[in-house]
Design a protein around this ligand. Structure first.
Ligand SMILES: CC(=O)N[C@H](C=O)[C@@H](O)[C@H](O)[C@H](O)CO
Ligand SMILES: CC(=O)C(=O)O
Length: 307
């Protein structure tokens, strides 16, 4: 959600967050929000911007959203603690932390020591570890991180797992069956497989615009209608597979969010670059042919349509 100010710098447009809360709840059926993570370019924001974004989501989401979890990971432990404490002060429902990714923890114990210090700054808030090895470069397996974590971090509540290693994910679930952890899966195109493995929820970028579709898949899974759950997953895959081939990342996600919601997300911030017009046009055509965007003039005889 950035507003173009000059050619080289973008400021956050806080004023659309309230509108976006209503959009997510009403149009996408999304009532749990993960703030300042990957999609929100949390690591590209200043600390004061992160504080303001968090405040805006918590305030505008009051009585509308179920949970607002703030990502407070940072390279500086001190900054991370400041953000954790701030999340507690504003009444957020939880905090999440990625592994520090410049000077990196080299083993599980060191990573836990870091996470523990952040969690201690918000001792009343549920704590989530955000595992995203492809972006942090910290490849310590989540299953190892979770082993004994509650003794070190009493507020530990769950894992946000953004990786395709379903052996690791499955073992996280299997080894912690007696504990009431949340296992939140973060690879949207594989969510159904993760549900089978025991995922209890999902956090992902595509739920901004495929939330409704994904909820249909979750409902089908709940009623054990696996063939329609699979149809929904395949529909979602068709779209993601298409955009992945065009080059898909946070910038492109932002363009699609603007397109589908009609609420201007603005361009991303450097080092990211705005998605090309060509990308957006192609993505839009695909969304229409899959019937993910309404007023579809291809409806009759459209074999690809998903709904
Ligand atoms: C790297 C990244 O951004 N991961 C997101 C969540 O963690 C996902 O939601 C993906 O954007 C999505 O699965 C599409 O590949
Ligand atoms: C998509 C997601 O999980 C994130 O923005 O961190």
């Amino acid at each position: 959600m950035f507003q173009e100010v000059t050619f080289s710098f973008r400021e956050i447009n806080f004023s659309v967050i309230g509108q976006y809360v209503d959009y997510l709840v009403k149009e996408q059926g999304v009532k749990n929000i993960f703030v300042n993570g990957t999609t929100g370019e949390g690591l590209s924001l200043s600390i004061s911007e992160r504080r303001r974004v968090a405040e805006e989501w918590v305030t505008k989401g009051r009585n509308k959203l179920d949970q607002v979890v703030i990502h407070v990971g940072a390279l500086s432990l001190k900054e991370s603690q400041e953000l954790a404490q701030h999340a507690a002060e504003i009444g957020a429902d939880g905090i999440a932390v990625i592994a520090p990714f410049f000077l990196k923890p080299w083993n599980k114990d060191v990573l836990i020591n870091f996470l523990k210090e952040v969690a201690a700054a918000a001792p009343a808030l549920p704590f989530y570890y955000y595992h995203i090895p492809a972006l942090t470069g910290v490849k310590i397996r989540a299953e190892e991180v979770l082993d004994g974590i509650q003794e070190k971090i009493p507020t530990f509540q769950g894992l946000k797992f953004s990786d395709t290693d379903l052996l690791d994910f499955g073992q996280c679930v299997d080894q912690n069956r007696q504990r009431q952890f949340a296992f939140l899966f973060g690879v949207d195109e594989q969510l159904l497989s993760a549900l089978v493995m025991g995922a209890t929820g999902a956090v992902g970028s595509t739920y901004n615009y495929l939330g409704k579709k994904t909820n249909q898949m979750l409902e089908a899974f709940e009623r054990k209608d696996f063939s329609s759950a699979l149809n929904h997953q395949f529909c979602i895959q068709r779209f993601i597979n298409f955009v992945v081939k065009l080059g898909f990342g946070v910038s492109q996600t932002k363009a699609i969010m603007t397109l589908v919601s009609g609420i201007p997300m603005g361009p991303p911030r450097l080092p990211l670059q705005k998605a090309s017009r060509e990308f957006t046009d192609n993505a839009e055509a695909k969304l229409r042919s899959l019937d993910f965007l309404s007023f579809n003039d291809l409806k009759d005889g459209n074999l690809e349509a998903c709904s």
